[in-house]
Design a protein around this ligand. Sequence first.
Ligand code: GLN
Length: 200
Amino acid sequence: MKIGVLSIQGAVSEHLQRLKDCSVEAVTVKDPASLSSVSGLIIPGGESTTIGKLIELAGLKGPITELSKSGNLAIFGTCAGMVLMARQVIDGVEKQPKLELMDIQVKRNAFGRQKESFETELNFKPFEQTLTGVFIRSPLVREAGEGVEIMAAIPEGIVAARQGNLLATSFHPELTNDTRIHQYFVDMCRNIKEVKKIKV
Ligand code: GLN
C-alpha cells in the first residue's frame, strides 16, 4: 500500500518521514498521475490559499474530489489541509480555494496574534494517552455536520474531526516524533485498499 503526500508547499518531508516511521511506502504527489497508485493522501500545513491555487493549477482538484467521493482515497489534512477540506471557511481570502470535502465550517488563523503558535496536550478520542498538539497559525472547527465525528477538542474549540475516509487536524502531528495519528490514518487507508479489492 502506498500513501501520498501532496508535495506542493509546506511540511512535506516531515509527513513523508512519519509515514516511513509507520513502515508504509510514502510517495510525493504533484500531479494526477501520481494519485492513481495511492490509497491515501496527506494534505500538509502551509498556506491554504497558495496550496489551493497550486492544486487547481496542477489539475489535481477534480481527481482528488472524485477519488475521495467514490471511496477510493482516504485524505488527511493538517492545518492548511484542514482549511482546504472544509465546506465553509471563515476569514478566508476572497475566492478562498477549497476542496469542500468535509461537512465542517472552519475559522482560519483562529487563535489571534499572541497565540499564533503554541503547544498543548490534548486527547485524541481513540487514544488512551494524551498527545502534544503543535499549533501554528491554526484553524478551529466552528461547526460540524451530523456525519462528522469530533476526534479532539481543546477549550478554544474543535481541533480534530473525522468524516468517513476524511480526517483533519488543526495541529501538526508530523512535527513531533509521535506516530500515533499517522498510524491511525494508515489504518484508515488499509480499509480503502479493501474497498478497491472488492471493486476489482
Ligand atoms: N494559517 C494557515 C492557513 O490558513 C495555515 C497555517 C498552517 O498550516 N500551519 O492557511
